[in-house]
Ligand binder design. Structure first.
Ligand code: PMP
Length: 776
């Protein structure tokens, strides 16, 4: 009897008096006794050939001109419970997934799953007879990408077959469970210095980064050892058999794939590249959750570390133990030192685990050339373009696995790839997606929900479209129709869209001196302008020009003007002037809406504005295109009746599902409050930096919309050049921000609303370093 020290998953040391299957030698039994038990137990006679077994004694049984079997004399450490666990699992798999090549357990003459014997050392062993599976063990370097893809599929299929399987023994402690990795620490002392350090490094990383995340991941019974030793293949490397359920346990699902990766690739050349088809094969059957994909490389390293420590300890304690393979050591070094280190490899494995895309990945350089060739001068952000492959929350990852903090994008208001939106979009897409001229719940539910979120009782009509431009274009047509006029007023560097009409309303993109004759500009709150006079004046001018004021469009955060909200008196005065002139006030919430301002869902509501029309877009579907115009029936209905307005994609069911999920999630995750808190925190950090660096002005902000002016230290003038250098420095340091304002000298910081105070601090740290680089 061995005293076994094992760690529980919570790293508590437990001492058991159970036999340890790792340290208990293989059963000792002569061939005669084996023949005897075969005849006694199963009435079978045949030739016996010893088969390899790490812990069990195995024989191939060949009945002359009859079937072949495997006689398995289990390690004495395997209790009846464990043997029953393995037996019922195999029977379960054969029932739910008959296509998987798993051998049967042949009942004894008495209908039992096993019999027992006492070996030469007087140890009690369970004995089973299994059906024989044809095939041989694959040679490591014979497996190509296609074979590895198929291997990954098989691992996932076996996992799926086992997902409904439960057994009281499933949780018995086994050192090969990667979740118990810290338990190998004491065994690492048997390793030489170099290997021990590497193993301890992986274990430390596991405790810090992996273990806390594992508890939240999918767990079930898994085979846990789909190595080349336990899988049989034919001459074409197709899998013909799955054997040895001796390491099966209830653990984190993705560990099953990690173990197969470590043991099948086993440190061969290009292991890191060859891992990708195997991961993709697995994901094609069982899509990995993002957190599983991200931990995969660490779990593979964990398997290698466990293999090294356990093998070394075995060698130390049993002279007969097989000498350790070099594969685990080579593989671990590849993970730690090739491909830019374990973090980079983790990013790469996570990308391979991401859902399959209908395009192949080109290198960054190839893609850049192709983009220029095909899209022409369409600009890219940053001097050195960022080649993104995936995103999660506020983190974006490039093709090399490098992570960036997204402090720029407001479209993914809930963070990139939010599961609530992904689920809403994909399940609605699976059900139905048509235009909105059929009766369907989704657009109605969305319209009702949007109206509930609006202030006052004014808004009772919702028109669903596809983009902010389309929403503003439609609002413009409604305003023209309702007033019988065609003049517009916007702020001096406003942006409202790309259609012909909204381009006219967007001085940001006008060629010099090209103001359309029906548009007048007013100063944004930037220069302390009191809008009452200027808007009234603009309306008078339009009247004099014979067009009259149809509408004024106002982005509540004045994003393209340099970010100037909140501006309560400016907007209230503007609205009063617009009303007095008989025009409509359009609150363009494409930028400022959806909680960014940290006080209300809609920025115009914060100032108690009674806007005539409200336009929504950008964050509305967290990346799925959807936009809207809201107004009152008395303004909108006449337009609808006269114009036969219809948008094919506007209000499609998938878009509506995305938009509903966004509204729900903003509420559930309390993102408005988060925008307020984190916005306040970041403002404090940036204000501190402004005190240290003359080029950085104190920030302007409303919730999580920030404008920070950059000035030349020499002239004190706004400096586009320095601002641009800062933005590029930040990009190099892994934080994405942008520029705004008429001079292009204002930093625009506008992150997803799931930005945390930790992200804010990270941003401030990198900002300080960038300021240091740029300003010295
Ligand atoms: N309004 C505002 C205030 C915007 O910032 C934008 C886009 N930047 C739009 C409208 C147009 O939206 P889209 O690009 O979705 O057409």
């Amino acid at each position: 009897m061995w005293l076994v020290r094992l760690l529980t998953v919570d790293n508590e040391v437990v001492t058991t008096t159970q036999l340890d299957p790792l340290s208990e030698p293989v059963p000792q039994l002569g061939r005669d006794e084996a023949h005897h038990i075969l005849a006694e137990g199963w009435n079978v006679e045949g030739e016996l050939h010893p088969l390899h077994g790490e812990r069990d004694l195995n024989f191939r049984v060949s009945v002359p001109s009859g079937p072949r079997y495997v006689l398995k004399i289990q390690n004495p450490a395997d209790t009846a419970g464990v043997v029953d666990f393995q037996t019922t699992a195999v029977r379960h798999i054969r029932r739910v997934a008959p296509d998987l090549p798993v051998g049967d357990v042949i009942p004894t003459r008495h209908g039992e799953a096993w019999t027992t014997l006492t070996d030469a050392h007087g140890r009690h062993c369970h004995v089973r007879l299994l059906s024989y599976l044809d095939g041989h063990h694959a040679r490591r370097d014979d497996l190509d990408g296609g074979d590895l893809y198929a291997w990954g599929r098989t691992v996932a299929q076996l996992g799926r077959a086992l997902r409904g399987f439960v057994h009281p023994e499933a949780g018995y402690p086994i050192a090969w469970d990667i979740r118990r990795l810290p338990g190998v620490r004491s065994w690492a002392s048997a390793l030489d210095d170099e290997r021990r350090h590497a193993v301890l490094e992986v274990v430390a990383r596991h405790e810090e980064r992996v273990a806390p995340a594992l508890a939240a991941l999918r767990a079930q019974v898994v085979h846990n050892d789909l190595s080349r030793d336990n899988v049989l293949v034919d001459d074409r490397q197709a899998i013909t058999g799955i054997t040895d359920f001796g390491d099966m346990t209830h653990t984190t699902l993705v560990c099953d794939l990690a173990i197969a990766l470590a043991d099948v690739l086993d440190g061969r050349e290009n292991s890191l590249e060859l891992a990708e088809p195997m991961i993709a094969g697995y994901a094609a059957v069982t899509p990995l959750e993002p957190a599983e994909g991200e931990l995969l490389a660490d779990l593979v390293a964990g398997r290698c570390a466990a293999a090294l420590a356990i093998q070394a300890w075995r060698q130390d304690s049993h002279e007969s133990a097989p000498s350790p393979s070099t594969g685990a050591w080579v593989m671990m070094q590849q993970l730690l030192h090739q491909g830019g280190g374990l973090d980079r490899v983790a990013g790469r494995f996570a990308a391979a685990a991401a859902p399959a895309t209908p395009y192949r990945q080109r290198s960054t350089a190839e893609l850049l050339t192709a983009r220029r060739r095909i899209l022409g001068p369409l600009p890219l952000t940053y001097e050195r373009p960022v080649h993104l492959v995936r995103g999660r929350g506020v983190e974006l990852y490039d093709a090399d696995g490098r992570m960036y903090i997204d402090a720029y994008n407001n479209v993914p208001v809930l963070g990139h790839s939010h599961p609530a939106v992904t689920a809403a979009v994909s399940s609605q897409m699976r059900l139905l997606n048509t235009n909105s001229r059929y009766l369907h719940e989704a657009p109605i539910a969305l319209a009702e929900r949007l109206i509930e979120t609006m202030p006052g009782g004014r808004y009772d009509r919702v028109l669903l479209v596809n983009s902010g431009s389309e929403a503003n274009d439609l609002a413009w047509r409604i305003a023209n129709f309702a007033t019988g006029r065609s003049g517009g007023v916007v702020t001096s560097f406003a942006y409202h869209g790309i259609t012909t009409a909204t381009t006219d309303l967007s001085p940001e993109g006008w060629p010099q001196n090209s103001r359309p004759r029906n548009i007048r500009l007013v100063d944004s709150p930037s220069v302390g302008a009191r809008s009452a006079r200027t808007v009234a004046h603009a309306a008078d001018e339009l009247q004099a020009a014979g067009v009259g004021l149809a509408a004024m469009f106002v982005d509540g955060a004045f994003t393209s003007d340099g970010i100037w909200g909140p501006a309560p008196s400016w907007t209230q005065n503007a609205l009063a002037d617009v009303r007095a002139a008989g025009g409509l006030y359009v609150a363009d919430e494409v930028q400022a809406g959806y909680g960014r301002t940290g006080d209300h869902l809609w920025s115009f509501a914060a100032h108690g504005l009674d806007a005539d029309l409200v336009t929504l877009g950008k964050p509305m579907g967290n990346g799925y295109p959807v936009a809207a115009v809201l107004g009152s029936a008395d303004v909108i209905d006449a337009f609808m009746e006269t114009t036969d307005y219809f948008s094919t994609f506007g209000g499609n069911m998938v878009a509506c599902a995305a938009a509903l999920a966004v509204l729900q999630t903003i509420e559930c995750e309390e993102l408005i409050e988060n925008a307020r808190l984190v916005g306040g925190h970041l403002a404090g950090l940036l204000a501190e930096l402004a005190g240290q660096y003359a080029i950085l002005a104190p920030p302007r902000h409303w919730g999580l919309a920030f404008g920070v002016d950059i000035r030349s230290p020499d002239t004190g003038e706004m400096s586009h050049d320095i601002a641009q250098r800062l933005v590029n420095q930040m990009r190099e340091r892994g934080v994405l921000i942008g520029l705004t304002g008429a001079t292009g000298a204002t930093l625009k910081i506008r992150p997803p609303l799931v930005f945390t105070t930790t992200h804010a601090e990270h941003l401030a740290t990198e900002m300080q370093a960038s300021l240091h680089d740029v300003a010295g």
